[in-house]
Write a protein that binds this ligand. Structure first.
Ligand SMILES: [Zn+2]
Length: 314
C-alpha cells in the first residue's frame, strides 16, 4: 500500500479519535456465543471516497484509451486518404508523362512526314523546273506582320495540325495539279521567231468567196521546218487526213489535244509517247493549203480553243 494511502486510511486523530462513530453488527447463532463486528464509519467513509477516486481514474482511463483509439482511427483514415491522393497524383503524373511521350511521338511523326513531303515537293519542283524554265528572283513584298515567339509557336502548332490533316489529301492534289500543268500544251510549235498569217476565229475564205471559221493558228514557215510538240503526251493519230494533209494529233491528257497540219513529213506514229519540244514532223503544204505553213489547232475537252495565249505562255 502506498504511503499516501496509508496516511489517508490512518485512524483519525483529535475529536474524531476521541468520539469515533462506529457501526456495530452483532451476529448471533444458535449454540454459539454472539459475535460483534465493529466498523469505524469514518474509515468506511474514507474507503468509499478512495473507491470513488479509483472508479474515476478507471473511468477516465477507459475514456482516454477509447479517445486514443478513435483518434488513431481518424489518423489512419487521414493517412489512407493521403495515400489515395498520392496514388492519384502518381497516376496523373504517369498519364502526363505518357501524354508528353505521345506528343513527342506525334511531333516526331509529323517531322518525318514533313521531311517526306519536303522530299516529294522538292522532286515536284525539280520536275517543274525541268519542264518549264524558271524566272529567278521574282519581286516579293507585302506588309510584314510582327510575330512574337509565343504566337509563332501557337501559329506553328495550328499550321502543323492543319497541315497534318490535309497532307494526305494535299499531296495527290498537288501531284494532279502539277501533272495537269506539265501536260498543258504551252509555247510555240515553231522554234525561234514566229510569223502568224491567220489567227483563230472567223476569217475570209482564202480559197474563194465568203467567210469561214478558222479553228487554229497558221504559222508562216519554210517547207521542212521542224514542228515541235507543245506538250508531253501520246500520238493519237499520224498520217494523211484530207484537208489537214499530213498531220499529227497528240493527246496530252486532262482534256488537251494538239493538231499539227499540212506537214511534208510526219516523224511519229499513232501510240508513240512524245515529250515537249520533240520534233513530230516537218512543215509543208499538204492538204487544203494555199502555201507552205503550219496549221496548229488546240482542243480542250473536245472543243477548239484559241491557241494564242498558250503559244504566248512560254
Ligand atoms: Zn490554218
Amino acid at each position: 500500500m502506498p504511503g499516501w494511502l496509508r496516511d489517508y486510511l490512518r485512524k483519525p486523530e483529535g475529536r474524531a479519535a476521541r468520539h469515533p462513530h462506529y457501526l456495530e453488527i452483532m451476529v448471533a447463532r444458535t449454540g454459539q456465543p454472539a459475535r460483534t463486528f465493529r466498523i469505524n464509519l469514518d474509515t468506511l467513509k474514507k474507503a468509499g471516497q478512495a473507491l470513488g477516486v479509483v472508479f474515476l481514474v478507471w473511468f477516465g482511463g477507459t475514456f482516454y484509451v477509447a479517445y486514443l483509439h478513435v483518434s488513431s482511427m481518424e489518423a489512419i483514415a487521414r493517412a489512407e486518404q493521403q495515400a489515395a491522393k498520392i496514388a492519384q497524383l502518381e497516376s496523373s503524373n504517369i498519364r502526363l508523362a505518357e501524354e508528353k511521350q505521345s506528343m513527342g511521338q506525334y511531333v516526331f511523326n509529323l517531322n518525318a512526314r514533313v521531311e517526306e513531303l519536303a522530299v516529294r515537293v522538292h522532286g515536284m519542283v525539280n520536275r517543274a523546273q525541268a519542264e518549264f524554265p524558271v524566272e529567278a528572283n521574282r519581286p516579293q513584298g507585302g506588309v510584314a506582320i510582327p510575330v512574337s515567339s509565343a504566337n509563332a509557336d501557337e501559329m506553328m502548332r495550328k499550321e502543323f495540325s492543319l497541315f497534318d490533316e490535309n497532307i494526305d489529301n494535299l499531296l495527290p492534289e498537288l501531284e494532279t495539279t502539277l501533272a495537269r500543268e506539265f501536260a498543258r500544251p504551252v509555247g510555240s510549235p515553231i522554234a525561234g521567231g514566229i510569223d502568224i498569217s491567220s489567227r483563230y476565229g472567223v476569217r475570209s475564205n482564202p480559197f474563194g468567196n465568203g467567210h469561214e471559221f478558222h479553228n487554229g493558228i497558221d504559222f508562216i514557215v519554210d517547207r521542212g521546218t521542224p514542228v515541235l510538240a507543245t506538250g508531253p503526251g501520246r500520238v493519237e493519230a499520224a498520217g494523211y487526213d484530207g484537208p489537214n494533209g499530213n498531220r499529227a494529233v497528240i493527246d496530252h491528257g486532262f482534256g488537251y489535244r494538239s493538231v499539227y497540219a499540212h506537214l511534208s513529213k510526219v516523224h511519229v506514229k499513232a501510240g508513240d509517247p512524245v515529250e515537249r519540244g520533240q520534233v513530230v514532223g516537218l512543215s509543208g503544204n499538204t492538204g487544203r493549203s494555199s502555201g507552205p505553213h503550219l496549221h496548229y489547232t488546240l482542243y480542250y475537252r473536245g472543243q477548239t480553243i484559241n491557241p494564242a495565249r498558250y503559244v504566248k505562255a512560254n
